[in-house]
Structures are given as C-alpha cells and as structure tokens.
Design a protein around this ligand. Structure first.
Ligand code: 6LW
Length: 517
C-alpha cells in the first residue's frame, strides 16, 4: 500500500525532529533568521500536519540580530561552489520527559567573520505544547551545533551534538541537568562517523540493550548521507553499521536529493519510520523549495540495524491512524518576519487580509537589520500570491517602495513593487551568490491602488501587475525569472511576503487582499 504524501512538510522545512505523545506526533524544524522561530507541527496520522505554534515566539527569548548569511567556499566540490550558511536557529531536537516537552537548539551567531561561528546552545521547555508558551532559554556550555537529548533508563539525561567546527567535527556526549543546563560529566567524543565531512545531526535511541547513534555526514547537499553506529555502553566504543550509509541520494538521479538529518521513531502501532530532510530537485538542478521534511518507512534487519526505505514522493506502508483529536491550525501562526522584527510596525486589520506596515529605511539586502517584511514560507511548488498596495493618500513626494517579494535571505530575492518616485512598477532579481542583479522598470501613472502578483512553477516565477481604478485592466506579466537563479547550496527556503521601504520616517503603507498561495 502506498500513498502520495511526501514531502510531509513542504518548503523551507529542514532538520526535522519528532516526538510522539499521547497519539499525537509533534515535529519541529530549523528556522534560521526568521521570527517566530522553530515552527511546531502536530499530526494524528503522519499525513495531515498543522502548525500549532512556534517554540521561539517572544522576542525576549533570544535575538536573531546576528544571523546573517555567510558565503562559505566549498572545498572538494565543483570549483567556485559556495554554501550560503545563514545563521540563526539550527537543527532543534524535541523530546518529552515526565510531562514536559523540551527542545534543545543552537543559535548560530556570525560574530567572527574570519574564523568560526559563535554558537549559543540552549534548552527551552513547556508543560503545555498547545498553549505556545515555551520558556526562556537556559544556555549550556557546548561548542558545536545540532544538540540532541537522550534519557537513559536510570533517568540520566545526555546531551549529544556535533562538536567543534569545520569539516572535522565529531559526535560528542555529556550528561546534562535539563533544568539548569549544567554539565554533569566531561564532554567526550563518542564517534567520528564513517569518514564523510561534517558528522552531525545525531540522535540516540536504545533498543535491545544497544545504544544506537543515528547521524548525518557528507554535508547537507550532494554528499548527504545517514549513517549509524551502536554500542552496549553509552560512552562507547561504537561500531559502525556494516551497511552504512543506511540512506543517501548521492550519486543517484532520484528526484528527491540531499536526504539526511533523520529522526527515527515508532508510530502508535510500533512500526518504525524516519523523518528526514531532502530537496525536490529537477533534472536541470532546480530545487526551488529548499530543504523540506520527508517521511520514509523503516525496519530493523536480523543483524539489529535500522533499514530505511529510499525517500519517494509516495510512502510505502500502512499509515497509522490514531483517530481524530484536537489538531487545528492556529490562525496567523505561520506569519514570519526577518530577524528581530519591530512588531509594532505591523498593524493587522483582519477583514480581507488587510495590513498596514510602517516602512523601514533598510531594505531586504540588510545582513543584520529587520526590514519591514511579513510573509509565509512558500509551501506549494505551483501557486500564486497577490496583494493590493493602496496608494490613495500616500505623499507622492516621498520615495516609497512597497510590494511583493519571494525572499530567502539578504543575498537572494525576487520582487515586484511600486516605486512612488518616477513613479514606476519595478521588478528585481537579486542573487549576490550568483552575481545576478536584474531589474526592469515600467512607468505608470499613480492610481488609488496597484495589484501585484507572483506566479510560480518549478521552473519560473512570473511577476505581474495592473493599476487599480475604474477601468481595471487584467494583470500583465512584466518579467519572468528562472527558478535556477534562486537555487543555491543553501540552508534556507523561500518565504513570500510584502515589504515597505522608505527613507521618510513614520510612513505607513496599507496592503489589502493578501493571498499567499
Ligand atoms: C544543520 C545540520 C544540517 O545544523 O544542516 O543537514 C545544518 N544538516 O545538521 C543547517 O540546517
């Protein structure tokens, strides 16, 4: 029996971690420089998922102000290839112990542009995951990324993560006090992986008296793979699974590439599964949605090793149904901003998706600031987003740029906007990693409003507009952009939203009929 359900969380949803509590599966993803951070999804059947909150939901919890994107030259890959490593919230792990949900995570702060990043590792918790009231972070001493938790039968809790920096990272372990974040043991390297670069994303499970380590290696793109090791003692020595890597898409022409960073778990009926990241990548290399979350079946072989099915759009095996339960999406929970947003700058009027935004003086290319922008992650490969920008009453002597953008980070965006100076409708494609900056300008006569739309497929974005008014024309397409120009070796995925930029202080722009499809 197979069902077409992958990706289970489409678009900008890397590094999934999952826990099953009382018949509901809870899943969390990385969120990098976007706020609120660490989106939490719930499902009763592994197929239908709703976002129920964000674990980083208050700006007082932490700052994303230094989460800029570094262009990291990649050695050992094609010449000139760079990884766009955006800072902020990386690879969280969610666990549930004694009635409390815990998330451990890293805030990567790009303070040191010449050397390694600064990582701030923390624990947050909540007794009621539906209430969306996660605690403030408790920081702990760990120089690395991808922390995970394991609680042993004796109640001791262990933190393990990818320790150190650079390609030679190792999987390190120490005992931790979950309440204070205090290290209760020495930190020791327990495994170095099978030789791939960046051993990372570890999770530990205990089964049949073995401690199993499930990790990723090879970097999160072309070389990504999932490997496994086990030991009868938590501190090791760990023996590598003879079948490693137990899952990879490297050197294949599978549509779903980059598979790795996996959480293994049992469903309500005891069947094993993995949730991992992957990217839908067409034969010409377009991977417009970024890294997404996929589900794949698992089982244990006779030698006591986990075997994972190749990741496909359709999933083999009986999907568990735990019946119905309270699991509805929370309105507006999926709206996101860039870094430390000034939330007072956004005024929502609920009827017809109307929003007023105070324009910022910084634009989308700012590496550390929070330009006025609000949107949602692009969740559909084929879709359309549109908005009306109201221009009546806008002081035309001011230079205001307001419109619709598909934004990944300060280096990559496609947008269409009204520029009141001119006046003109402008389209723009920016990708500094690929050295692209393309614009087109279309002179207009200012009307009461302008309708802007962005249509997208796996191959291209289409940018359209028409001026409002009584003789309302049909929207005209003024630019197309190949999605290849927005595809890079990166960490983030696309967010579609509205923005307003102006040098003039206290300039508010009203948007209406916002649809993000
Ligand atoms: C994450 C690491 C990874 O910390 O990419 O694919 C990094 N895995 O585990 C950023 O998502």
């Amino acid at each position: 029996m197979s069902q077409l359900i992958n990706p289970i969380i489409p678009g900008f949803a890397p590094d999934p971690s999952l826990v099953l509590v009382g018949g509901t599966y809870f899943l969390v993803n990385s969120s990098f420089h976007m706020f609120p951070g660490l989106p939490i999804f719930a499902s009763r059947d592994l197929v239908n998922w709703n976002q129920i909150g964000n674990a980083i939901h208050k700006q007082s919890q932490l700052s994303l102000g230094l989460s800029d994107t570094k262009l990291v030259p990649l050695s050992g890959q094609k010449t000139g290839e760079t990884l766009l490593a955006t800072g902020g919230l990386y690879a969280p792990t969610i666990r549930y112990y004694g009635g409390v949900f815990y998330i451990v995570c890293t805030n990567v702060v790009h303070r040191n542009r010449l050397g390694s990043d600064t990582t701030e590792n923390f624990i947050i918790s909540t007794g009621d995951i539906w209430a969306n009231d996660w605690s403030d972070p408790v920081y702990f001493d760990f120089k690395g990324i991808d922390p995970s938790l394991f609680r042993d039968d004796d109640g001791k809790v262990y933190l393990h993560g990818s320790g150190g920096t650079g390609p030679g990272t190792t999987i390190n372990l120490f005992e931790i006090d979950l309440v204070t974040g205090k290290k209760l043991s020495e930190e020791k390297t327990i495994w170095k992986g099978t030789g791939g670069i960046y051993p990372e994303g570890p999770h530990m499970y205990k089964k049949d008296n073995f401690y199993y380590l499930l990790i990723s290696e090879g970097g999160t793109h072309e070389g990504h793979m999932i490997t496994m090791a086990r030991s009868t003692a938590i501190w090791g020595p760990y023996e590598s699974c003879p079948a490693n890597p137990i899952l990879t898409a490297r050197d294949t022409d599978e549509y779903i590439q980059y598979t790795g960073h996996c959480e293994a778990f049992q469903d309500v009926h005891g069947k094993w599964w993995g949730v991992c990241l992957g990217a839908r990548k067409d034969s010409t290399g377009r991977a417009v949605m970024g890294r997404e979350t996929f589900l794949t079946g698992g089982k244990w072989d006779e030698g006591g090793w986990l075997v994972l099915d190749r990741v496909k759009l359709d999933v083999q095996g009986k999907i568990p149904s735990s019946g119905s339960g309270a699991n509805t999406a929370v309105p507006m929970v999926d709206y996101i901003y860039i870094r430390d947003a000034r939330l007072d700058n956004y005024d929502y009027v609920s009827e017809k998706g109307s929003i007023s935004i105070l324009a910022s003086s910084t634009d989308l290319d700012s590496p550390t600031d929070s330009p006025s922008f609000v949107g949602k992650r692009q969740r559909q490969v084929v879709g359309k987003s549109s908005v009306i920008v109201f221009l009546a009453g806008v002081d035309q002597s001011l230079r205001i740029q307001a419109g619709l953008a598909c934004y990944k980070d300060e280096h990559r965006y496609v947008r269409i906007y009204i520029d009141t100076s001119g006046p003109a409708v402008v389209t723009e494609l920016v990708n500094t990693a690929q050295d692209i900056h393309r614009t087109s300008r279309h002179d207009v006569r200012l009307a009461d409003s302008v309708h802007l739309s962005l249509e997208y497929t796996e191959q291209e974005y289409r940018l359209l507009f028409h001026m409002g008014g009584s003789d309302c024309e049909k929207p005209g397409c003024v630019a197309t952009v190949d999605t290849l120009s927005m595809t890079d070796l990166d960490f983030v995925g696309p967010t579609i939203g509205i923005f307003a930029v102006s040098d003039a202080k206290e300039t508010s722009i009203k948007f209406g009929d916002l649809v993000i499809g």
